[in-house]
Each structure stands twice: as structure tokens, then as C-alpha cells.
Ligand binder design. Structure first.
Ligand SMILES: [Fe+2]
Ligand SMILES: [Fe+2]
Length: 334
């Protein structure tokens, strides 16, 4: 055996002793085990969501041009983003973690991002869109191309050379990704749902959001807190300012994107509403990691949290799996 024995007290989130045997007992990071259990409880499969009603609404022209543009652009960005995140976790973040229990969370998360990619693929196909038009939209849409490029660059902070400081920044980039970048997209689907449109697409989004906000975001927030405890000396004013700036830039990008995708008109959404929505999210994420807020904004979309709740009472949501479904995540089951 080449593995060297070490004590649980020697374990670190990064740059700790490596145990490729994945010994997870005794547990060092109990928050990671709790999140892993939550991830297991949240298990789902895109095939459980029947999109035929949505396909009919699309085929019979029920969506206005403005709604359709917003739907397709949201779908294009979200599917691109989950692809970027899947690669980010497996090729960047994952390889630097030296805690077996946190590695398991990241591995599980990577699968969940793959699950989300499959979900968007099912939406593209079942509803009857041209897959190339959606996946490659950035080829013809410079605003989407710019956004994808910026996010890919931020996810490659570690690719430019590993350092503890860069790892912290990568964690913050992930907090922005899981907790800010997805949300204009989610909002579009819930807004259409409120008009009685594409309701099952919104159900798929609820399941995805429960993963992103319910477990992926807390995973990175806990990693931040752990890094602050284990490496207090690297959290200088400069690093803190850089982390805050990452959140500010994410919010700025997301606001531009949100305004752009509703520019042909989506009932109930305006530029001012979108701006307040994203700014309030940015503040919430900063508060979660103990940093000063940027905007002091209040979420103008008071119905958002309710819209993102999964309602098990509805028929035609899942086919035959309702009773066995396990409740979990930050979203509650009605
Ligand atoms: Fe995802
Ligand atoms: Fe995620």
C-alpha cells in the first residue's frame, strides 16, 4: 500500500493530505454529509415530466413573439450554462478537493448538472425546437456569446494557475453561477406559467432550481466558510474586494442579459423589475458569505419563491412516482 495514514484533524478542504481510498468515516465536514443526503433525497429524472401540453401550446401558436423569444433565449443560455458547469466541476474544481465527503458532493453535483443538460435537451426535442438553433444560438447572438465567454473565463480561474486565493475566487464564481446566473432564465419560465403557458417546462425548472439553489449553492457557501476558517491569512482586504467584485460583475452581466431576453415584451416583466430582482439576489449571496451587500435592493418579484415551489398535489406532473418521491431541498413540497 502506498497510502499514508493521517488523522482526521489533518484533513483540509484543499491542500490537505490525499486519501484516494475515500475514507469518509470519521466525518470531518458534517455539512457535506448532510448535503449529500439532501442530494440523494432530491433524486429525479427528466423523463418524469410530460411536456406534451407545452408542445401543443407551442405548435398552435399560443406564445407571443416576445414570449417565444424569451423562452428560447432562456433555454439556450441555461443549457449552455449547465454544460459549462459540468465541465468546470469535473475538470477544475473537483481535482483540488482533498476531503472525501466534499469530493462526493462535487461528483454528485456533476451528475446533477448532466441531469439538467438532459432536461434541457428534452425540452428542446419534446417541444419541437431545432436543437442546433438552441445549442448554437451564441453563434448568431453576440450578447449570448459574450455572456458565455465571460462565464467560461470565470470558471477557468483555476486553469490559469492554482493558488489558494484563486481557489477562493473560483468558489465565489460558482456562488455567482449557481445563485445569480440561472435566475433570469428561471424567472422567464415561471412568468409564462403565470399566464397559463408552458406550465410543464416550469415544472422541470422547479426541479432544476431545487438542485441549484437547494444544494449546489449551499455546497459552495459552505466551502467558502470552511476556507475562511482553514486559511484565515489569505482573506486579505484585497481578496475580499476581488470576491465582491466578482459578484458585482455577475449581477451586471445578468441584468444586461435579462433586459435583452425580455426586450420583445414579456407580460409582467420590465427592465426595472429585472434589475431589482438580480440586485436583490446579489445582495443575498453576499450576505450568505458574510460580505457587505452592494445594492440594498428588495426583490420586486414577490411571487418568485412561491412559483419555484414544487407542488406535488398537481396531476400530470410526474408519471407514477409521486408517492415514492422524497421531500427535500430548499423548496418545499405543498
Ligand atoms: Fe445545473
Ligand atoms: Fe448547479
Amino acid at each position: 500500500m502506498t497510502e499514508k495514514r493521517f488523522s482526521i484533524n489533518d484533513r483540509r478542504l484543499i491542500n490537505g493530505p490525499v486519501n484516494n481510498l475515500m475514507q469518509i468515516r470519521p466525518v470531518k465536514y458534517s455539512w457535506a454529509m448532510q448535503l449529500l443526503e439532501q442530494q440523494q433525497n432530491n433524486a429525479w429524472d427528466q423523463r418524469e415530466v410530460d411536456l406534451s401540453e407545452d408542445a401543443k401550446q407551442y405548435a398552435t401558436g399560443l406564445l407571443t413573439e416576445g414570449n417565444l423569444t424569451a423562452y428560447k433565449k432562456a433555454l439556450a443560455f441555461l443549457s449552455n450554462l449547465d454544460g459549462i458547469q459540468l465541465n468546470n466541476l469535473t475538470k477544475n474544481i473537483g481535482k483540488y478537493i482533498t476531503s472525501p465527503e466534499v469530493s462526493m458532493c462535487i461528483t454528485r453535483q456533476a451528475w446533477e448538472e448532466a441531469q439538467h443538460v438532459l432536461s434541457y435537451a428534452q425540452m428542446i426535442e419534446s417541444i419541437g425546437f431545432d436543437p442546433d438553433e438552441i445549442y448554437w444560438m451564441f453563434d448568431t447572438d453576440p450578447i449570448l456569446a459574450e455572456k458565455n465567454e465571460y462565464i467560461t473565463r470565470s470558471s477557468e480561474i483555476l486553469g490559469s494557475g492554482f493558488s489558494e486565493e484563486n481557489f477562493v475566487k473560483a468558489v465565489v464564481a460558482n456562488i455567482a453561477l449557481e445563485g445569480i446566473y440561472f435566475f433570469n432564465g428561471f424567472l422567464i419560465f415561471y412568468t409564462l406559467e403565470r399566464q397559463g403557458l408552458m406550465r410543464n417546462s416550469a415544472k422541470m425548472i422547479q426541479l432544476i432550481q431545487r438542485d441549484e439553489e437547494g444544494t449546489h449553492l449551499p455546497l459552495f457557501i459552505n466551502m467558502w466558510k470552511t476556507l475562511r476558517m482553514e486559511l484565515p491569512h489569505i482573506f486579505t482586504d484585497k481578496l475580499i474586494a476581488e470576491c465582491r467584485e466578482l459578484i458585482r460583475l455577475a449581477a451586471q452581466h445578468e441584468i444586461v442579459w435579462g433586459k435583452y431576453i425580455i426586450s420583445e415584451g414579456v407580460l409582467g416583466l420590465t427592465d426595472t423589475i429585472l434589475e431589482g430582482f438580480i440586485q436583490s439576489l446579489a445582495d443575498k449571496r453576499l450576505e450568505a458569505i458574510g460580505l457587505d451587500i452592494l445594492y440594498g435592493a428588495k426583490n420586486p418579484i414577490t411571487w418568485f419563491d412561491d412559483a419555484s415551489k414544487i407542488n406535488l398535489g398537481e396531476t400530470n406532473f410526474f408519471e407514477g412516482k409521486n408517492a415514492s418521491y422524497v421531500a427535500g431541498g430548499s423548496l418545499e413540497w405543498d
